[in-house]
Design a protein around this ligand. Sequence first.
Ligand code: ADP
Length: 229
Amino acid sequence: MFIEVKNLSKNYGNQPAVHDLNFRIEVGQIVGFLGPNGAGKSTTLKMLLGLVQPTSGSITIGGKDPHEQEIALKKQIGYLAENNPLYPEMYVREFLAFIGNIHQIQYPDKRIQEVIEWVGLEKEAHKKIQALSKGYQQRVGIALAILHDPPILILDEPTSGLDPNQRDEIRNLIKSLQKDRIILFSSHILSEVEAICDRVLLIHQGKLVSDSPMKEIKDLEQFFKEKTS
Ligand code: ADP
């Protein structure tokens, strides 16, 4: 499994938002997607999700199974949106069943139970989403993203608004999802990126200004400032 982005560009009218991006991500990597506000991160993620059409260039999702190419991009990607929009009035298990039905997952009861245990929601699964703490709501968002067992996870600011303990828990959860998956996540919390990413893609003014293994970056904050100021 891999994601390959070639010469990817997006203009909104005359304004370039993303310019000539090239990168390839292999399975098993957690990649931090960083850049200042307005750099083009959301536009790139939206193109990967098939929500925005590129002006030029290509996105290829490849795998062992040649038929995977033909499966809609959406089926291969699990997405945790920045503000994790959920249905607060629904019960956790009911909500997962509702989304599982949309994905037409096989053996939904078994899969939902599996995912609930995986993300640590056993004690909260009978509650309404609005009754959960922010940390548990994030777990529901992650459960939702992995429900259809996608090989690719895109997580937009997965720990924003969490306290340090909740942040640690969500980090560990993300790490546990790494095997056999590609995880691309954006965050402004650089210490977190340092803690969990194998690699950093840094974009500035729509262009990729760095693609580096995390272990080669000594001080991410300093590195970020140097590359984007
Ligand atoms: P980031 O997610 O890194 O903050 P964005 O991808 O949201 O960056 O934005 C990149 C650039 O594209 C910005 O200059 C932004 O104003 C512009 N942009 C984003 N979405 C639109 C849109 N729908 N129409 C016009 N310009 C947009």
